[in-house]
Design a binder for this molecule. Structure first.
Ligand code: ASP
Length: 344
């Protein structure tokens, strides 16, 4: 009996990677993936079955909405049993948000979901898209003893494989556009793909469970020197608001002004969850380390350790959407559930 070929489903959502120059007008237009084998004959050299699924409406990822995350999760769910791995072609601008969201929405993921994109369109001579795309396919297909080597949601960009919910886009021009400031790389890519297996989540062999009930009553307030009472009060007064990500300074620090702590305390008493996430790209929130975070700790602000804002946002949408009691949401916000934070 012949063994079945490893199979990869490539899901195209839009973004720069999928652009090419129109031969007549010279303008950038979406790449036609239906004849990808003609445009990229090198794909035939893979000994994998590679299929393509294109979103009906291709978007610049700045137009990404949670409804697209849900659609993406459903496409993966519908095809989960038929493929060994998935590659998602996505604009880089909001890729870290989508990868973070998908990590929470896809519980018990035992197959690779590799996001990639590019800074230069596929149809441009110096494109970074070609390498990102081909290597992502190889990573999505990589197996050891019949098991996927990377059974998690990851981002592959410019020779680096990163856990998706640990990433942030930090550069709008350089090919290495993403940083994973608090978690080591899942793989380094050069002549060889070197998987750092001890950093990769282990499969749990349970059945995939897809969560699509997200609650969008969450917002972000970034602190800055001189933030006014008006801004803080109006943010806290958003009708229906259930959770606020407070982007703090350094290791979770904030102004100690009475009006500031007082406003937050009142909101917490009224049922709002306030989640403290640092503005730094690396390092952790440590409530109580400085006097400037003692007040936050006292009034019941929840420390987010080293979680990224992107991850914190979708984790809150997911946990609240799942309808957990508030105490359980607060407990889970302080525990890694998809490898998104380090708590020691
Ligand atoms: N604006 C584009 C997008 O995020 C940039 C890119 O694809 O990298 O869709």
């Amino acid at each position: 009996m012949t063994e079945e070929k490893t199979s990869v489903l490539v899901i195209y959502t839009g973004g720069t990677i999928g652009m090419t120059k129109d031969s007549v007008t010279g303008a950038l237009v979406p790449f036609d993936f239906s004849n990808i084998y003609e445009q990229m004959p090198v794909l035939k050299n893979f000994d994998y079955k590679i299929d393509f699924h294109s979103f009906e409406t291709l978007i610049d990822s700045s137009n990404m909405k949670p409804s697209f995350w849900i659609r993406l999760a459903e496409i993966i769910e519908d095809n989960y049993e038929h493929y060994d791995g998935f590659v998602v072609l996505h604009g880089s601008d909001t890729m870290a948000y989508t990868a973070s969201a998908l990590s929470f929405m896809l519980e018990n993921l035992n197959k690779p979901v590799i996001f990639t994109g590019s800074q230069l369109p596929m149809g441009v001579i110096r494109t970074d898209g070609r390498e990102n795309f081909l290597t992502s396919i190889e990573i999505a297909a990589a197996k050891e003893e019949s098991m996927a080597i990377v059974p998690e949601v990851a981002i592959y960009f410019e020779n680096q494989l990163m856990r998706g919910n640990r990433t942030t886009k930090f550069n709008a021009e350089r090919f290495n556009a993403f940083v994973s400031g608090n978690y080591p790389l899942l793989a380094d890519v050069g002549v060889h793909i070197r998987f750092n297996k001890s950093n990769i989540l282990k499969p749990n062999f349970k059945k995939l469970k897809v969560h699509t009930r997200l609650d969008f009553n969450v917002t972000i307030l970034k602190l800055f020197p001189g933030i006014s009472e008006n801004i803080v009060k109006n943010t806290l007064a958003i009708p229906g608001l259930k959770a606020l990500i407070l982007e703090t300074f350094g290791s979770g620090n904030a102004p100690t002004d009475e009006w500031f702590i007082g406003c937050l305390e009142e909101a917490i008493k009224g049922g709002l969850i306030i989640y403290n996430v640092t503005q730094c790209k690396s390092g952790s929130v440590e409530l109580g380390k400085y006097a400037t975070s003692l007040g936050l700790e006292r009034i019941g602000v929840i420390g987010g350790f080293d979680i990224t804002t992107e991850s914190a946002l979708s984790k809150l949408m997911y946990l609240i959407g799942e309808g957990y009691p508030k105490e359980r949401v607060i407990e889970l916000l302080q525990l890694p559930i998809r490898g998104e934070m380090t708590i020691e």
